[in-house]
Design a protein around this ligand. Structure first.
Ligand code: KG4
Ligand code: ZN
Length: 351
């Protein structure tokens, strides 16, 4: 078991551990994530070593409805949050007394779901005197790339591609972001989910389209929205084109249709990010978010980029709390703590 430490407002004292310029080493961060349909908790050491990582997925519950039902999601978080946090601490062989910082997602996401994670974190923070940090879920996705032995090198370009967002971000330093472009309509993950529904591939749609596409040929003529002169994206026209083709009975093989759709999304994502990487002369490209688990996207970006590419393993691309803890570590090193008046921000943006 990791030993207990005491904490006083704005000042750390940790028995048996070294304190260097206000930085605790080693530092154990407990991350909590409940922004959507995964209840997750994780313990991360020094910002990059995953000591435990527990995820309770609600996929089976929402599959019946063909998508996430917000009220059902928040009720399920309520049932799962305490067991999930307990499990993460046990898996890490640590008690709350051994946790130095508590990092919790406070936006963006479903308000009812965010409230469960945030209020749990506040209660733990208050009762155990553990400093609290609210984390932007999108920023946490980027920090999944720090959960490895080799940290990414700045300046870097990050593509956040999830169910709710498609953002291209220039990151010059920790916590320094320039938003270069975003989707103007559907996010890439949302487009994959809608395509799966059109093709009858079930829920969750992204992995289903990806798997079907592996056995198909991209032989359908689908449009690409290049949004010339910008780093913005648009995927709703592509989804509508797929729907029209389906309604006109032109789809002979569903795997070919899935492969064509996946190719169209990936072509645009890879073109934009490689173009921006050249323009901004970055050292590295990093991918993050659920769609970064997509097999074609992973292969194509690696093949077509002139600079190093980092992509988290698929289990760290989708929602998890290890990425929240990793982000919390870099915030803590800059003394960016929050008070107990921290609130949820369902519409929080990247920059
Ligand atoms: O990051 P994430 O787990 O949750 C959000 O923050 O939104 O992303 C979930 C999204 C869903 O839309 C899901 O269909 C998509 O990521 N996704 C994929 C794949 N795995 C997950 N999309 C395409 N290919 C995949 N392999
Ligand atoms: Zn996410």
């Amino acid at each position: 078991m990791i030993e207990k430490r005491s904490w006083r407002a704005g000042f750390y004292h940790k028995t048996g551990y070294s304190i260097n310029c206000g930085i605790i080493w080693p530092m154990y961060v407990l991350g909590i994530e409940t922004s959507c349909d995964e209840t997750a908790a994780a313990v991360v050491k020094d910002g990059h070593i995953i000591v435990s990582n527990v995820i309770s997925s609600q996929i089976d519950i929402h599959a019946r409805f063909g998508g996430i039902v917000p009220e059902v999601a928040s009720r399920q978080h309520l049932l799962s949050i305490i067991p999930v946090v307990d499990h993460a601490l046990k898996q890490a062989s640590v008690t709350l007394g051994g946790i130095d910082v508590l990092a919790v997602t406070h936006g963006p996401g479903l308000s009812g779901s965010l409230l469960v994670g945030l209020n749990t974190a506040k209660a733990i923070s208050f009762s155990h005197g553990i400093p609290l940090i609210g984390i932007n879920h999108l920023e946490a996705h980027i920090y999944a790339n720090w959960l490895s032995l080799k940290s990414p090198s700045f300046p870097l370009l990050c593509l956040i591609v999830s169910g709710g967002h498609t953002d291209l971000v220039l990151m010059k330093e920790h916590s320094e972001y320039d938003l270069l472009g975003s989707t103007r309509d559907d996010a890439a993950g949302e487009a994959f989910d809608k395509a799966a529904r059109i093709l009858g591939l079930g829920y969750p749609g992204g992995p289903a389209v990806d798997t079907a596409a592996e056995s198909g040929q991209p032989n359908l003529d689908l449009p690409r929205a290049w949004m010339k002169g910008t780093y913005d994206f648009s995927f709703s026209g592509l989804k509508t084109a797929l729907l029209r083709i389906k309604q006109s009975g032109q789809i002979v093989d569903v795997n070919d249709a899935a492969a064509s759709f996946r190719q169209a999304v990936v072509d645009v994502l890879v073109h934009k990010i490689t173009d921006a990487a050249r323009k901004y002369e970055v050292n590295q490209i990093v991918l993050s978010g659920g769609v970064a688990a997509n097999r074609l996207l992973r292969n194509e970006i690696t093949r077509r980029s002139n600079v190093a590419v980092a992509i988290p393993p698929p289990f760290l691309c989708t929602d998890n709390a290890a990425m929240v803890a990793a982000c919390g570590y870099y915030r803590a090193r800059r003394n960016k703590f929050h008070g107990l008046d921290l609130d949820v921000k369902p519409a929080l943006r990247m920059a």
